[in-house]
Design a protein around this ligand. Sequence first.
Ligand SMILES: C[S@@+](CC[C@H](N)C(=O)[O-])C[C@H]1O[C@@H](n2cnc3c(N)ncnc32)[C@H](O)[C@@H]1O
Length: 330
Amino acid sequence: MGEDLVGLQAEFPAFTIWEEQMPGRVRYVARSRLGGINPHTVITADLDELRGALQPSRAAGQGGEHTVCATEPNIARMYTYWLQGKDHYAVDRAAASKILERFPEVAEVARANRAFVTRAVRYLADQGITQFLDIGSGLPARPNVHETARSVTPGARVVYVDLDPVVLAHARALLAVDKNVGVVAGDVRDPARFLRAVAGTGVIDSIRPTGVLLTSLLHFLTAAEADTAAAVLREWMAPGSYLVISAGTATGTDPELIRLLQDAYGDTAPVTGRTEKEIEAWFDGLILVDPGLVKVWAWRPETWRRPATTRARFLAGVGYKPSDTLPWSP
Ligand SMILES: C[S@@+](CC[C@H](N)C(=O)[O-])C[C@H]1O[C@@H](n2cnc3c(N)ncnc32)[C@H](O)[C@@H]1O
């Protein structure tokens, strides 16, 4: 057994860590000795990556039991690579770089999307929204939603929801800074269930207006799943709430890019290219605030410049749920 492996075993006593000989390669497996440690299992060919994946478990120390697989590309980690974040593995970098070789603008789109999230949250906070539900929240990316919201309204409340164990571990360790920030393990494909878990946090009061974020998420669902999720959330939102959506669209996007993304994510998630009209329907019954459903960098731009090439078309919009009389007293 190598010294590095022995060192890692000593560093993470809460885990059983061993080496497995595979045909032509070696892989390492770490499994927690206790329930409730997140991540529960990590599998990787690289000891440094194993150390990186186990680190959040120290600070997080709670949550469900999940498997972190560092041998398959992962949505949140590829996105963070394009955003120039640091929490990604070799397999994510390889898959993300392969897409950039053919479509370098994908990294610009990812950054434009993240800049849109910040502008939209600031806009909502300026409109008086004090509680936010960020679904498919991703790995921490400065500024995070609660940081942006609190730059306008100190004490703003945020619940982050994601299904990825790495995202949840980082969120519990880095984002849940006080009792007004919640982190929920939830799947947007089962909205009734995750909304019950959100209610259980006590952070968000569903009869008050909420800023609901579904950014860069719905294209990772089938058409039926995405339409249902958007409809359930529109219904759940109290009058006076806002729905923030961004998503890739098949309308105007090079079909080869959609195929490449489908190959990259494989069995992890579908990549569904919806038309612009289908995306607009996610806002049914809401009032689209100016400038409507537009390319992601064109939504109330500040300093963001339009990318030179636009073979990846990514749309963004913010819908308002109207109300004449609010059902709560301010
Ligand atoms: C590309 S990231 C977007 C992060 C962030 N919303 C943003 O726009 O910057 C997509 C996130 O959605 C999460 N996700 C994918 N499918 C999901 C599902 N069915 N339910 C909840 N989260 C999901 C992934 O784990 C990932 O963290």
